[in-house]
Structures are given as C-alpha cells and as structure tokens.
Design a protein around this ligand. Structure first.
Ligand code: AMP
Length: 211
C-alpha cells in the first residue's frame, strides 16, 4: 500500500498510522514528527522551521518536500503511509510528480472526517512523550504510571490559540487538497469518530483493497 492519511489536526492520523505499521509493516512518514526531530536536533532545517511549527503555521513547502522525499527514498517509494503531507495543493502536485518520477503512484488517500468539537477535545487533552514520540490523551489513553512525568509534555502547538490557528489553516489551505485527490479518483472519506478499533477497521478495509 502507498497511502496518504488525510484529515485535520487531532483526527487521529498519527495513531492510526502506527496501527498500520504494526499490522501491515508499512513505513510511517510523518512530516510533523520529522520536523519536531529536526527542531530538537537543531539542524539547519529545524532552525528554519521552529517558529512556524510552534505557532501552528505551515512550514515553507520546499522544506517539507525535502523531508518527505528523503523518507520516501528510504522506504524505497513503496509500503508507506504518509501522515501530514501533503497539506497544500502545491505539495499534492509535488508528491504526485515525485512518485511518478520513481515510476510509482499512490494507491489511496484516506480522509478521516470528525466534528470540530471532537478535534478540540483530542488536541487540548493530548500529551506527548518527548523520548518516544508516543501520544496520550488525558481521558482515553492516560500516561502509564511507569513513564517519568518529566518526559510527558503538551506540544506548544496543542495550546488553545495554536489549535484555533491550525484549524483555520486546515480549512483554508489543506481542505482544498481533498477535492484535488477526489478529482484524481484517489479519495476515500471515512468517519474518524467511534472507537480506535472501529476507525482502524474502516482504514484497513480501504488500505488493503488497493495494495
Ligand atoms: P503535525 O504533527 O502533522 O500536526 O504537524 C505539526 C506542524 O508541523 C504543523 O502545524 C506545521 O507547522 C508543520 N508541518 C507538518 N507537516 C507540514 C506540511 N506538510 N506542510 C507545512 N507544514 C507542515
């Protein structure tokens, strides 16, 4: 499978991508994770990206294209799930042409749909393990007792002002990408509400049918 998991911040793309890694052995490519790592390691790219990421703005496209392409090359352009890329029409065009330059294409774009209330709840109660990158939710997936409290933080962009900004960026810049993929006959819209395993079953149904 060569898929994009698509949807607003907080919809559960990262958790569902980890599920695909575990169940299908694909490579998870998250530009958000790659950017946060570059920022932590203070690479040149990380320094350029820091202010954008922490305030919830989109990072200049060329930087994420470079990160995504590096990761796609490592995955051999196959058996991957992209999460958080593409986020604009430009990025979507780049992805299609970068894949086609390597003789391949996407098998599906799965767009997870949830209401705004669910998103704000998921993001504001999300916490992240800075060592492992694992996400928790204060109500549904509490931090296990053996994790040192100093390893668990709230992402700067999961605070209220940044959440509202990210949702408005999503509506303006990212939502049009849905129509782009629909026009390319790749789009599958599924509900991201319900239990984790309900959503996981819906994703597998689509992901497995095109691989
Ligand atoms: P995420 O972990 O996917 O929510 O991404 C966190 C932040 O990283 C976003 O709010 C952006 O600042 C940045 N980012 C991640 N992916 C992209 C992308 N494809 N284009 C531009 N900025 C991105």
């Amino acid at each position: 499978m060569r898929i994009v998991l698509f949807g607003p911040p907080g919809v559960g793309k990262g958790s569902q991508a980890s599920m695909l890694v575990e169940k299908r052995g694909v490579t998870h490519i998250s530009t958000g994770i790659l950017l946060r790592r570059a920022i932590r390691e203070e690479t040149e790219l990380g320094q350029k990206a820091r202010d954008y990421v922490e305030s919830g703005h989109l990072v200049p496209g060329e930087l994420v294209r470079e990160l995504a392409n590096g990761a796609l090359a490592e995955a051999g352009y196959d058996q991957f799930v992209l999460d958080g890329y593409p986020r604009t029409i430009d990025q979507a065009n780049w992805l299609m042409s970068d894949l086609s330059d390597h003789g391949t294409s996407l098998t599906a774009v799965i767009s997870l749909v949830v209401s705004d209330d669910v998103i704000v709840d998921r993001l504001s109660k999300r916490r992240i393990n800075v060592r492992t990158g694992e996400n928790y939710h204060l109500d549904y997936k509490p931090v296990p007792p053996d994790v040192p409290p100093e390893d668990v933080v709230q992402r700067k962009d999961d605070r209220a002002e940044a959440i509202l900004h990210r949702l408005s960026v999503y509506r303006k810049k990212t939502f049009p990408v849905v129509a782009f993929f629909r026009d390319h006959g790749l789009l599958h819209e599924i509900s991201g509400e319900g239990t984790f395993s309900d959503v996981c079953d819906r994703i597998l149904q689509v992901a497995d049918s095109g691989s």
